[in-house]
Design a protein around this ligand. Structure first.
Ligand SMILES: *[C@@H]1O[C@H](CO)[C@@H](O)[C@H](O)[C@H]1NC(C)=O
Length: 382
């Protein structure tokens, strides 16, 4: 059969659908626009190989408070070395020369000569490690011990010569050498926050939630590196007690500091120095006057606490991190002061403050290093 062509006029257009049913396509579009992202998230989530671990965190930590609180420290703060020190993570002070040493994001260890008027301080590029200097401590011979996550534990002599002291222990290389303290007998105690992720990847260590950190010691006489404690969760700060009997070391995730006994009856034991900190600790420094200063990279937040409790939240955060879309969860950064027993004394912070990484009391001032700012922050302590 062949189609017959007729000259009859084209058929009238079909009647317009009643206006009501025009809702149908738009309803479908709406549903699709809701379901598609959910589906995409489910697919992304299932295909994401990153596998965060549950932390041994049975309940969310509480929060201790300090008798003295300054929650607006930025109001009275000064900047030192403005624009000349990029991300000065740690701040070390040499009382003999009155010079402050900082380790910067561009690999430079800089020397800052501070003046009473913060703006008159001078900054000198001293030594470049070729990596990213983090924790700093003075050795017994006036040298500067530098923790460089990309290099290891470095000795920078008074004359600026850089020498690698150690970069592995028990056959495992360091990936995030982070902080050091030197004992009176010359022994160097230091941390490798992670053997798995290096500095630029530290967020992955935090999100993964497995203990890749170690507390180590280096003996300059024998050149021996020893592992004192292993399986630590992002151990990133270290300080020696005034009587050199223990050092305290930090537990980022659980907002606490642990104490490792170097000698005496409890030698080799670990206990808790302070828990339920009002934030996530970074460096800790003893000031020689009975107090430790603990930098809090961020004030505690529900989102981080929940993320530490539930691995699936960290997995979701990891997916967002890959997409460069992880929401900022940091705020209220600052410094927490405790006495030699770990009893809270003061808390200095500000809602605007980000990623403060160290606090060093020099004279009547608190000098704060950070991973974020191009200057040292100076607060007058009254
Ligand atoms: C670092 O090097 C200087 C100069 O060579 C030396 O005097 C000092 O003892 C060294 N420090 C360590 C911990 O090896």
């Amino acid at each position: 059969m062949s189609e017959s062509r007729t000259d009859s006029p084209p058929p009238p257009p079909p009647p317009q659908p009643p206006p009501k049913s025009s809702l149908m396509p738009s309803l479908a579009v709406t549903l699709l626009s809701i379901l598609a992202p959910i589906l995409a998230v489910i697919i992304l989530f299932r295909r994401e190989p990153f596998d965060p671990a549950p932390l041994p965190l049975h309940e969310l930590p509480g929060t201790v408070s300090a008798p003295l609180v300054n929650s607006r420290v930025l109001r009275g703060a000064e900047t030192v070395g403005a624009g000349r020190v990029a991300g000065p993570e740690d701040v070390a002070y040499d009382p003999a020369s009155g010079v402050i040493y900082v380790g910067c994001a561009d690999g430079w260890v800089k020397r800052v000569k501070v003046s009473d008027s913060a703006g008159d301080s001078t900054v000198e590029d001293w030594v470049n490690t070729g990596g990213r200097p983090l924790g700093l401590a003075f050795g017994r011979d006036g040298e500067l011990i530098v923790c460089d996550p990309y290099k290891g534990l470095l000795n920078v002599s008074k004359h600026g010569t850089v020498e690698l002291l150690t970069d592995e222990a028990e056959g495992v290389k360091f990936k995030l050498t982070d902080a050091a303290a030197v004992a009176r007998d010359g022994a160097i105690y230091f941390t490798d926050a992670s053997y798995k992720y290096t500095f630029g990847e530290f967020i992955w260590d935090v999100l993964e939630g497995r203990p890749h950190g170690r507390l180590l010691s280096y003996d300059p006489a024998t050149k021996e590196t020893r592992v004192l404690a292993r399986d630590l969760y992002f151990a990133n700060g270290i300080a020696l007690s005034p009587d050199q009997s223990f050092n305290v070391d930090l537990g980022f995730f659980r907002r606490r500091c642990k104490r490792y006994y170097i000698n005496g009856e409890r030698k080799g034991h670990i206990d808790t120095f302070i828990s339920s900190l009002p934030g996530y600790p970074d460096n800790i420094r003893y000031d020689g006057e009975g107090h430790y200063w603990i930098a809090l990279s961020s004030g505690n937040s529900w989102s981080w606490d929940l993320a530490f409790k539930y691995p699936f939240i960290r997995k979701a955060a990891a997916i967002l991190e890959r997409l460069n879309r992880r929401p900022a969860m940091e705020k209220n950064s600052g410094v927490f002061q405790v006495d030699s027993e770990g009893t809270p004394v003061a808390h200095y912070y500000d809602p605007q403050l980000l990623l403060i990484s160290s606090g060093n009391k020099i004279g009547n001032y608190l000098y704060c290093g950070s991973l974020h700012y191009p200057h040292i922050l100076r607060l007058k302590l009254d």
